[in-house]
Design a protein around this ligand. Sequence first.
Ligand SMILES: Nc1nc2c(c(=O)[nH]1)N[C@@H](CN(C=O)c1ccc(C(=O)N[C@@H](CCC(=O)O)C(=O)O)cc1)CN2
Length: 284
Amino acid sequence: MTAKALDGKATARAIKDELTTRVAMLRERGIVPGLATVLVGSDPASQNYVRMKHRDCDEVGIASIQVELPADATADQLREAIEALNADPACTGYIVQLPIPKHLDENWALGLIDPDKDADGLHPINLGRLVLNEPATLPCTPRGIVELLRRHDVPIRGAEVVVVGRGITVGRPLGLILTRRSENATVTLCHTGTRDVADHTRRADIVVAAAGVPHMITADMIREGAALVDVGVSRVDGKTTGDLAPDVWEKAAWVTPNPGGVGPMTRAMLLSNVVDRAEDLNAR
Ligand SMILES: Nc1nc2c(c(=O)[nH]1)N[C@@H](CN(C=O)c1ccc(C(=O)N[C@@H](CCC(=O)O)C(=O)O)cc1)CN2
């Protein structure tokens, strides 16, 4: 058996088409959604992601603002940039591209964002709303994974899901999202302290690999017919390498290509978050 692809690129394309219509309707009512990005430093991968995010905005009609700070930016400079976006009516949602340089505190920076403009769903208020089961802007990668599974009719309700990785942008919020009543999955969150990861993944209907360890999940670690989601991005010999080993395609039912799986969905959900927020503001 060869697995079918959970095609993030095509799914993101379909979502962007839907968003184009929604943005046009907002614009007809005089509302122009605007996404800003704050990039600190010149990490090539982050520069690339930010570039793609602005290209996506152009495609669907979202206005966009780029803020760039040098790698040695001070905490005051970053705070001022964030406060300027909080006050800018042309910016209806924004993100601080992560990671930021080590001398700056990521949680502190995220906490400065106006929660109503938090397009990444990473502000403590939005993460708190998620914990409390209240309506919240959701982090883009977990939201994208759930949307990708849904749009390929992979059953989530009642599924045993194993998430490998407990990071704040993916693993931890994904566990919270999937255990809401609306998703009703059973989630096991594995991490570096887990004694035997394979013991968990072998029982899973869905495995989400977000450890950032190249080819960590091999065919002998999964159940026949499982759905596998690859979030990992590592560079090995100059090539993007995910957390899933190639042999999983012969045993799983569904696998996300990488690239072409989770990445495009992350970007599509960022746009969705911006449009959702703009529509909410309009409804008030
Ligand atoms: N503020 C945030 N920072 C980061 C997030 C995030 O959600 N918010 N997630 C990751 C990186 N990321 C978003 O910024 C991201 C990663 C990958 C892709 C993507 O489209 N990848 C493509 C390949 C891209 C290429 O051609 O080089 C793919 O997988 O097909 C988009 C966004 C960390 N930081």
